[in-house]
Design a protein around this ligand. Structure first.
Ligand SMILES: *[C@@H]1O[C@H](CO)[C@@H](O)[C@H](O)[C@H]1NC(C)=O
Ligand SMILES: *[C@@H]1O[C@H](CO)[C@@H](O)[C@H](O)[C@H]1NC(C)=O
Ligand SMILES: *[C@@H]1O[C@H](CO)[C@@H](O)[C@H](O)[C@H]1NC(C)=O
Length: 335
């Protein structure tokens, strides 16, 4: 089994070789698709993004307790929900339903997201005990959104990146406590499978692996985990010396592919080549797009792939604090 997988992998590698070698790609065009309307709010920023199965983008605001919904096809966007009892919203992730795993089965729950909030009175200041986890559900009949408190987390520090873990649990990175929680989305009960997660920011999953950004060490890593997200392999460093907030991954079942990194105050998106697991070390990097804000300064915190047939290869990234209002831009990484 192992030998044949190895053989398959080396054949794939030979087949892919001609595609890897052509001339370096140019920087991609940054296409602004949406900017928060209204009076100038230079401190405004979107913290995180999730793309709905219908292709609409959900964007949490870091400077207000708001989720905005943006149609990337038209550039139209509007406030979707205001969350009373929250100040600043953080990560957001869709909870996988059974239907996503098997199209024949009825969905196990309505379209549901978990998002985080904390009170962040000023940049890099978090009010102790203020973290909360929430759910956002869309009614299957009316399509209307409902927000509910999933869990107040007085013992948590700062809930940052969030990722779905199976169909009823979610991973929540806590930047201050330097851990990742695994929470049941029906009860809010959680365990703490990953510790010593210094600088944890964005969190993503692929079958059997947890990927995370460490903004202090400026690295992207992954580790093999069991079904309770407890590590059972070595930590692999996939990107190093890279300013990083959240990121998107596109990897195959061997863990090989690419990651796209929102490079925080560097105001750009960086691609890194990810080797099959266990990876041999940090992969080659390439700046995909820079000056995302169009003003030379800005904050990009999250990047996601589109989910419609026509934009599944496109990336959407957040832009904030660039002199204007919080915005979303589109980037074609194959350009
Ligand atoms: C957090 O949200 C409040 C409003 O709820 C806002 O006044 C404050 O500036 C936000 N903090 C940051 C860092 O944007
Ligand atoms: C924590 O992680 C650091 C590197 O990130 C490592 O040097 C250290 O040994 C780890 N400590 C434990 C207890 O795992
Ligand atoms: C950023 O983009 C804007 C608009 O194209 C341009 O005027 C500015 O010179 C660029 N700044 C940097 C630092 O690239």
């Amino acid at each position: 089994m192992f030998a044949s997988q190895r053989l398959l992998r080396s054949c794939l590698f030979l087949l892919l070789l001609p595609c890897i070698l052509p001339a370096a790609l140019a920087l991609s065009t940054v296409t602004p698709i949406f900017t928060v309307p209204g009076p100038l709010l230079p401190g405004s920023w979107f913290e995180n993004l999730a793309v709905r199965p219908n292709g609409l983008i959900l964007a949490t605001r870091g400077d207000a307790p708001e989720i905005w919904q943006i149609d990337p096809a038209t550039g139209q966007g509007a406030l979707l929900v205001s969350v009373s009892g929250a100040f600043n919203l953080t990560g957001i992730a869709e909870i996988a339903s059974f239907r996503q795993c098997s199209p024949q089965q009825p969905p196990s729950r309505p379209e549901t997201y978990v998002f985080g909030s904390s009170h962040i009175p000023a940049p890099f200041q978090v009010t102790p005990g203020s973290a909360k986890a929430w759910t956002l559900q869309f009614s299957p009949t009316t399509g209307l959104p409902t927000v509910s408190l999933l869990a107040a987390l007085p013992d948590a520090g700062f809930i940052n990146g969030i990722a779905s873990w199976g169909s009823r649990r979610v991973l929540l990175g806590d930047t201050e406590r330097e851990v990742v929680y695994l929470m049941d989305v029906d009860t809010g009960v959680y365990t703490t499978p990953l510790t010593n997660m210094t600088g944890i920011n964005g969190v993503k999953v692929a079958p059997g692996y947890v990927y995370w950004a460490n903004h202090l060490a400026q690295s992207l890593s992954r580790v093999r985990v069991d079904t309770s997200a407890i590590p059972n392999g070595p930590v692999e460093i996939l990107a190093a010396d890279q300013s990083i907030d959240d990121f998107a991954i596109a990897v195959d079942r061997f863990g090989a592919g690419k990651a796209y990194i929102a490079a925080m105050y560097e105001n750009k998106v960086v691609e890194v080549i990810v080797g099959a697991a266990p990876s041999l070390g940090p992969g080659a990097k390439r700046v995909v797009a820079e000056n995302l804000s169009g003003t030379g300064v800005g904050l990009t915190t999250a990047v996601v792939f589109g989910r419609r047939a026509e934009d599944s290869g496109l990336l959407y990234a957040t832009v904030g604090q660039g002199g204007g209002n919080a915005a979303i831009v589109a980037i074609d990484p194959s350009e």
